[in-house]
Design a protein around this ligand. Structure first.
Ligand code: BGC
Length: 742
């Protein structure tokens, strides 16, 4: 944690913050797209690797598998000695250059892979990944990753520890914010988009955490996971597969034990599935210190055994454990780890370095780097992503957008005005200036003469302590409308931030209730890292505007939505529970033999809570109204290896132009196994002018509509497929198709 803070401060002081947009300069060499080379180039690379491995000493081989970090204990002499293969958390171009120069003083001059958690931005901050997922706009998500990669690579970073593609149905887990939500199809689309974006921007992607990390029991971070084989294949593995198919050059193993075997030593996943079946040719890095943690998992007596088990399972690079450095050479010399296994791991690391183009690439251009940060082009993408990530959950009486008759607005909550150069609690750990405070952005957009009063109410953005509650209530009572910006900040979200209660942290609920008690309409703007339980708010406040921390342009985007400059188009990537006791609550549940019918005993219900989500997956309001009609299929019967064509007319019946996320769900009511009540299989974000109708065509590959069994075998069943179309997972317009044997 301390290390991350230090990294953040370094970035702030040495790259320099650029509150004003810069014109985009030409791409430097290091920012060119990276990815797997094919055909003759790939063959030539294998020969170069053979030649290089033949020249390497045992310590140099082990060195390629060592990933060490900036900070206490870092010793640059180890790079000169050829004992380090990769470094992480070097973000200041001058320091990157120093380590690159140290490589050139080494015997074999093998370039370093330089990694960083560039999770949702490097210098320009985009919304948290969960917020990006709320856009349902894969092209935009890809652009955000592209600019993240491009800025990082301009600073000399060539490897990002992203995308995280862990599936989670549990908002108690703090890391859901790094993922794309609860749906495996959508998460796969996002995983591919992010992988492509990063690698186009110039950094190798790391799809993580392989596998099952998001299923931590009780949502408690690092806790064990128990995942049946069918669910592993249908829910958790698809986004990994999608990222590999999009070219992800590396993967990171997870911290958790999967069905009793720590993922860091899981040969079945890391070798038999990943390498043998999926033919992944890149390398796998451990998570931070997770090899030495094999002792604590209880499968290694000491670090030597941990190193041996991890390597033999398929972990190529040791992130920050130092156990490969300390023990691997001895394990090989003693014959406990075959030289061939070591060589194979070294080969995978070198392969990625060659395909990345690191050999022969010039060192980072220290002078050029600052001008490549927060360019206008990157900020434009950040603004669009922030705008499209805003989800309008509630809008009673169409109180939003703010009407001209509203003459005064009270903006309440310290989160509305970020500290100048504050450090976010964020997996990337990189603090960034957040450009525009919400009150200023509103002032700019409201009609002349309208008053905006701002009161922070709390000492800090996370709302754990009041600064001046009375002043906040006075400002609220004196205004026509209250905009309360509340949510999770500080230590309340991200890694290691699991929660058992999902209300507003600290004293924020107390404030919200006092604001509602003024009788003035309250617009609750949320910036959180997960879906909170909003049951009280959903009955008491006039409007709820959900954001997942919007990044550099986040507050500007909120003001755009509140004032109607932008029509909200974000949709929930995760279901919002009504209460913690409902968790896990997700839309793609299996049917039960006792479905809820008339709400009586012996049905699958809670005595004290509804079954469904407060806000279901795929939901979000707009200032427009959309309607769906004429759902139809081109052909009523299609072979299981054929293509299903589905059409639907979507109309904007409102008075404003708006974007709708048209969603297609299927269910196979009779199949060889029980199948989910709904499964998203296609979607399209479409702009509809006021009054406009468009006919959308969805093409479904019938081969994608199957499921896995308990042995991990995949099949598509012939039979009826019900198809629903609409603007959320509660879509109710239906058509159907008959799948026939091919
Ligand atoms: C996280 C990884 C991250 C690594 C390096 C770990 O604690 O689980 O996702 O990439 O730290 O910062």
């Amino acid at each position: 944690m301390f290390l991350r803070l230090a990294v953040a401060l370094l970035v702030l002081c040495c790259l320099g913050q650029r509150p004003h947009a810069q014109p985009a300069p030409a791409l430097p060499e290091s920012a060119q797209a990276v990815g797997w080379k094919t055909a003759r180039e790939a063959v030539a690379i294998e020969r170069r690797i053979d030649a290089l491995i033949a020249r390497m000493t045992l310590p140099e081989k082990v060195g390629q598998l060592v990933l060490t970090g900036r900070g206490d204990g870092f010793d640059i002499r180890r790079i000169r000695d050829g004992l380090i293969g990769g470094v992480m958390n070097f973000v200041v171009p001058r320091e990157v250059r120093e380590v690159q120069e140290a490589v050139r003083a080494s015997r074999l001059k093998i370039p370093l892979i330089i990694g960083l958690d560039a999770v949702h931005g490097f210098s320009t901050y985009f919304p948290l990944p969960l917020g990006q997922a709320a856009t349902f706009n894969p092209a935009l998500i890809e652009e955000a990753a592209y600019w993240t990669g491009r800025e990082a690579s301009a600073a000399g970073v060539n490897w990002t520890f992203a995308p995280m593609v862990d599936m989670s149905r549990d908002p108690r887990w703090g890391r859901g914010l790094e993922g794309a939500g609860e749906d495996p199809y959508y998460a796969s689309v996002v995983a591919a988009a992010r992988t492509r974006g990063y690698q186009r921007g110039g950094v190798a992607a790391t799809v993580k955490h392989f596998v099952g990390y998001g299923a931590a029991e009780a949502g408690r971070d690092y806790n064990s996971t128990w995942i049946p084989t069918s669910q592993l294949h249908d829910l958790h593995l698809p986004p990994f597969r999608a990222a590999f198919e999009a070219g992800s050059m590396t993967a990171m193993a997870a911290f958790n034990a999967l069905n009793g075997m720590p993922a860091t030593a899981h040969r079945g996943m890391l070798t038999e599935l990943l390498r043998d079946r999926w033919k992944f040719k890149g390398f796998v890095v451990s998570d931070f210190g997770s090899i030495t943690e094999l002792r604590l998992h209880g499968i290694a007596a000491d670090d030597a055994e941990a190193a041996r088990k991890a390597l033999l399972a398929g972990i190529d690079m040791d992130m920050m454990s130092e156990v490969y450095h300390k023990h691997l050479a001895r394990e090989v010399a003693a014959g406990r780890v075959p030289m061939a296994a070591l060589n194979e791991a070294v080969r995978r690391v070198l392969r990625v370095k060659f395909h990345l183009g690191l050999f022969g690439r010039p060192d980072v251009d220290v002078a050029a780097a600052p001008a490549l940060m927060q360019t206008q082009a990157a900020r434009d993408v950040a603004l669009k992503a922030a705008q499209e990530s805003v989800i309008l959950l509630r809008n009673a009486g169409d109180i939003l957008p703010i009407r001209d008759s509203v003459r005064s607005v009270a903006v309440i909550g310290a989160m509305a005005v970020p500290e100048d150069e504050r450090v976010w609690t964020d997996p990337a750990g990189l603090g960034r200036r957040v450009v525009q405070p919400l009150p200023d952005a509103l002032r700019e957009r409201l009609p002349t003469g309208a008053t905006v009063r701002y009161q922070p109410a709390f000492t800090k953005a996370c709302g754990t302590e009041f600064s001046d509650k009375a002043a906040a209530i006075d400002a609220a009572a004196a205004s026509d409308m209250i905009v309360a910006m509340l949510g999770e900040d500080c230590e309340f979200m991200g890694e290691g931030a699991s929660r058992t209660q999902l209300g507003l942290p600290g004293v924020q609920q107390e404030l919200l209730e006092a604001l509602v008690a003024t009788g003035k309409p309250v617009v609750l703007v949320l910036a959180t890292g997960r879906p909170l339980v909003l049951t009280w708010a959903s009955e008491k406040v006039a409007a709820i505007v959900q954001t997942f921390h919007g990044g550099t342009e986040g507050r500007t985007a909120i003001a755009d939505v509140l004032t109607g400059k932008v029509n909200p188009s974000g949709r929930t990537p995760m279901s919002f529970p009504r209460s913690v006791g409902q968790i896990p609550v997700y839309y793609n549940q299996l049917p039960t033999g006792r479905p809820q019918q008339i709400r009586q005993r012996y049905e699958s219900i809670f005595m004290d809570e509804a079954n469904d989500a407060l806000y279901p997956f795929g939901f979000g309001l707009s200032y427009s109204r959309f309607s769906y009609a004429n759902a139809r299929v081109a052909r009523g019967s299609v072979a299981v290896n054929g293509t299903i064509e589905v059409m639907v007319d979507v109309a904007n019946t409102g008075t404003r132009d708006g974007q709708e996320v048209a969603q297609l769900y299927i269910r196979q009511p009779v199949a060889s196994r029980s199948r989910p009540l709904r499964e998203l299989k296609a979607f399209e974000k479409v702009l509809l002018r006021a009054g406009e109708t468009k006919t959308l065509l969805f093409r479904l590959d019938a081969a994608q509509l199957g499921a896995h069994d308990d042995e991990g075998r995949y099949s598509v069943d012939a039979g009826l497929v019900e198809i629903w179309l609409g603007g959320s997972s509660r879509a109710d317009l239906k058509t159907q198709v008959m799948l026939t044997k091919s």
